[in-house]
Design a protein around this ligand. Structure first.
Ligand SMILES: NC(=O)c1ccc[n+]([C@@H]2O[C@H](COP(=O)([O-])OP(=O)(O)OC[C@H]3O[C@@H](n4cnc5c(N)ncnc54)[C@H](OP(=O)(O)O)[C@@H]3O)[C@@H](O)[C@H]2O)c1
Length: 257
């Protein structure tokens, strides 16, 4: 793969960061890196919430590389259902992880409040890495029964999943130091509101969709964020018509957890 060397050095950087975190014991949650692609007018999907196919092969590889760097990959229920993804990796990236002492593929984490997750989705037909579901006891019994065979369930008594607690569990129970959040926008916004995103990888694709009913990066809601989020641009590269941006999120009141 073209960027194997880049990936190896990125793995080294991730390992160094993990060692620093381990030494200081300051961070009790994983470093959370969100990766999204959006159109030049800020849309992450069409009005029908169709699967994301407005980006290049290079962008799809970029997503795989980011996934390969993480200990776990996180997805919201709607994106899982709409995109029906397995959250796996190409063989070269699996080999790369093995060589650097990691598991073949990152853990796969799904979040849902209602818990009506269909066990026939593709992710449950592949055993490339363990699947962990964070949901509530609102999950219907029949779903619980079917999903228990395929995944580890963390069901809270509360009506909503506490995302900070979820991240702490991933860190403490599953040793997740770097988490790749692949959306969607509803979940991203919820994490952002709680100051739980550390980095955003954003691809700007050369399209415009228009319309008020196609979600932006922070979803469809017309409410402002509780406070504007400041980012600093740490990397930028362009390949043909796409721009790949890396932002570090500036935590306003210090990083939570
Ligand atoms: N362009 C991109 O890079 C990109 C990336 C990802 C997704 N997408 C697109 O985005 C669309 C889906 O967007 P979306 O915003 O509707 O979906 P989403 O964020 O993937 O999923 C929303 C669902 O996830 C669960 N969820 C979200 N926040 C939660 C929280 N705080 N606690 C517990 N559960 C939570 C809820 O599931 P329950 O309803 O089950 O409770 C919620 O309805 C799809 O069309 C997908 O293709 C685009």
């Amino acid at each position: 793969m073209r960027c194997a060397r880049d990936l190896r050095s990125a793995i080294d950087v991730t390992k160094k960061r993990s060692r620093r975190q381990g030494r200081s014991q300051i961070r009790k949650r994983p470093f959370v890196i969100a990766t999204f692609a959006m159109t030049t007018d800020g849309k992450v999907t069409t009005k029908n919430f169709g699967p994301v196919d407005f980006t290049s092969r290079e962008d799809k590889l970029h997503l795989f590389r980011q996934r390969a760097l993480a200990d776990a990959v996180l997805l919201g229920h709607t994106s899982l259902e709409r995109d029906n993804v397995r959250l796996g990796l190409p063989a070269e990236l699996q080999e790369m992880r093995i060589k650097s002492g990691q598991s073949r593929s990152p853990l796969r984490v799904i979040v849902s409040n209602k818990g009506k997750i269909d066990n026939r989705l593709k992710i449950f037909q592949s055993d490339l890495s363990p699947i962990i579901i964070f949901s509530t006891k609102r999950m219907p019994r029949k779903n619980q029964k079917a999903l228990q065979r395929k995944a580890t369930l963390h069901l809270t008594d509360a009506r909503h999943v506490d995302l900070a607690v979820m991240l702490e569990t991933l860190r403490n129970q599953y040793k997740v130091r770097t988490l790749a959040c692949e959306g969607g926008p509803t979940l991203f916004r919820a994490l952002l509101e709680e100051n739980l995103i550390d980095q955003l990888n954003l691809t700007i694709a050369p399209f415009m969709f228009g319309g008020a009913t196609a979600p932006t990066l922070t979803g469809l809601g017309n409410k402002f964020l509780p406070a504007s989020v400041h980012c600093s641009l740490i990397k930028m590269r362009t390949i043909e018509n796409e721009c790949f941006l890396t932002y570090r999120i500036k935590h306003q009141r210090g990083r939570r957890n």
